[in-house]
Design a protein around this ligand. Sequence first.
Ligand code: FAQ
Length: 311
Amino acid sequence: PEHELQAHFERTIARDQRIEPRDWMPADYRKSVLRQTAQHAHSEIIGMQPEGAWITRAPSLRRKAILLAKVQDEAGHGLYLYSAAETLGADRAELTDKLISGAQKYSSIFNYPTLTFADVGVIGWLVDGAAICNQVPLCRSSYGPYARAMIRICKEESFHQRQGYELLMTMMRGTPEQRRMVQDATDRWWWPSLMMFGPPDADSPNTERSMAWKIKRHTNDELRQRFVDMTVPQAGALGVALPDPELRWNAERGHHDFGEIDWDEFKRVVSGDGPCNAERVEHRRAAHEEGAWVREAAAAHAAKREEVAAA
Ligand code: FAQ
């Protein structure tokens, strides 16, 4: 009976055990985990574009090889997360349709342009840094396949973050022009990175329930604060300024205070009206359409093998 299944589900959550694909779960739990994993998968796939644009223009063979590996990792994360979404009953082709039609979201951060090679370093430092901050606690998310995917993904994200920081360290030891490029990229990516954590807790419709179900382990503002506290000393070591005149240590709180985020900009970018939204989705649509023959060939090959096996 349903109330017994519900009680078992509640107990599993209360004991910090995992919900697995075959377990009974409330329809809204399934819906919410699916919403988050699908958005997360879409973010990884769309997230290949801003840096991918620099693969052909990387300044050395070494930088090209590193960047290629990083962008391939992001594709892997996306596929891994789509598999997690499939365990909840989603259909992968439908997920792609929902991304392309704008029915499902992906992270706001990937709607900003990458203007110079310093952006590649700053994405590794700030965007992967924010991703790690957000995703390490998700290794303890209550949905088993999602939590397990996060473990491997976080290991690769740490490598990504270090490569970005190392790239920036190298540029900061370079010419004044290179140092200016790093500062300029930091100025452009800082505020969008803070927006990755989502709306303030008071305006976050999903947080309360996702925390109760342990899908999320911390609120958006908690993780944003953690990221700021972690990043300020890194900026100091690098020798770049963070573009916020209100950023300062607050000894009483034991945290850094920081300025107000432009939430109008956030809303615009999330609702499709950021600097690169149209371009990102169009690029994904074109790649999907151009890949149709690969899917058809794979399906034909699988059918042929089945025929041979049956004969
Ligand atoms: N952009 O009620 P909440 C990466 C949406 S890292 C767009 O607070 P929730 C690695 C939200 O979905 C980036 N939409 O929602 C990488 C919700 O919409 P809905 C991906 C946003 O779920 C690095 C509505 O606003 N990481 O890809 C954003 O409790 C470098 C209300 O918000 C993840 O997805 C945003 N920034 O908290 C790749 C991490 N923020 O569905 C390449 C997992 C909020 O109600 C290169 N996800 N929204 O229509 C999470 O932790 C959570 O889903 C949050 C949002 C924290 C993103």
